[in-house]
Design a protein around this ligand. Structure first.
Ligand code: ADP
Length: 191
């Protein structure tokens, strides 16, 4: 279980355009192992069991998670809903559905939809007074987003929303691979 910044895989970032220090951390690991206030699930609009992040979180949380998510859908693209983490180490799971990059439709609407996944999740965390949250690289698995492009949207959306979440001390970008972590390090301007 990962709950701190041991291991040397984490870099802290700083807001590039302000004096306030942003609480960004970058790690390589599995999001279902994180003992934080909340982790974000790369869900679909029906909250139907999926692969990738969703499958990993459902395995860790146990069957009560699917019982809970069966009662909620559909959700809108970019909307965030919350459940307990059940048997998984995080207290809560925030479920959000990214746009599918490979589907037809205007790029601007897709970008706004992916950004909203991040802002909605941070708003949800702020409304609950959470101090920590972890995001996977939303949209970059089966939803097909180019990784660098999605990272830029993620960082910009979080930077935009964080001033409205003063209690949030840790925003962890949980990358599945070292390649993704490098994209985030470059995006945040940290070494
Ligand atoms: P989406 O449907 O939004 O594309 P996926 O779950 O397919 O979501 O993938 C999102 C990202 O999460 C991908 O970059 C994938 O490599 C990564 N990923 C897959 N499993 C995990 C995991 N257990 N923990 C963290 N990241 C993961």
């Amino acid at each position: 279980m990962w709950a701190g910044n041991a291991g040397g895989t984490i870099a802290r970032g700083a807001l590039r355009n302000g004096a306030m220090s942003a609480p960004f951390e970058i790690m390589v690991g599995r999001i279902e192992t994180l003992a934080l206030d909340a982790v974000v699930n790369a869900a679909n609009r029906q909250l139907a069991p999926g692969s990738g992040v969703d499958g990993a979180l459902r395995s860790a949380a146990g069957p009560r998670l699917t019982e809970a998510t069966n009662r909620i859908p559909p959700i809108l693209t970019g909307e965030a809903v919350i459940t307990p983490g059940y048997d998984a180490p995080m207290k809560f799971i925030i479920h959000t559905a990214a746009p599918i990059w490979t589907e037809p439709g205007p790029e601007g609407a897709k970008v706004a939809g992916l950004a909203k996944c991040y802002t909605s999740s941070i708003k949800m965390a702020a409304s609950r007074g959470f101090e920590s949250i972890a995001f996977p690289c939303l949209g970059t698995g089966v939803y097909g987003w180019p990784r660098g492009f999605a990272c830029g949207i993620a960082v910009a959306a979080c930077e935009q929303e964080l001033p409205n979440a003063p209690k949030l001390k840790r925003v962890v970008f949980c990358c599945f691979t070292e390649d993704d972590a490098k994209i985030y390090r470059d995006g945040l301007g940290v070494s």
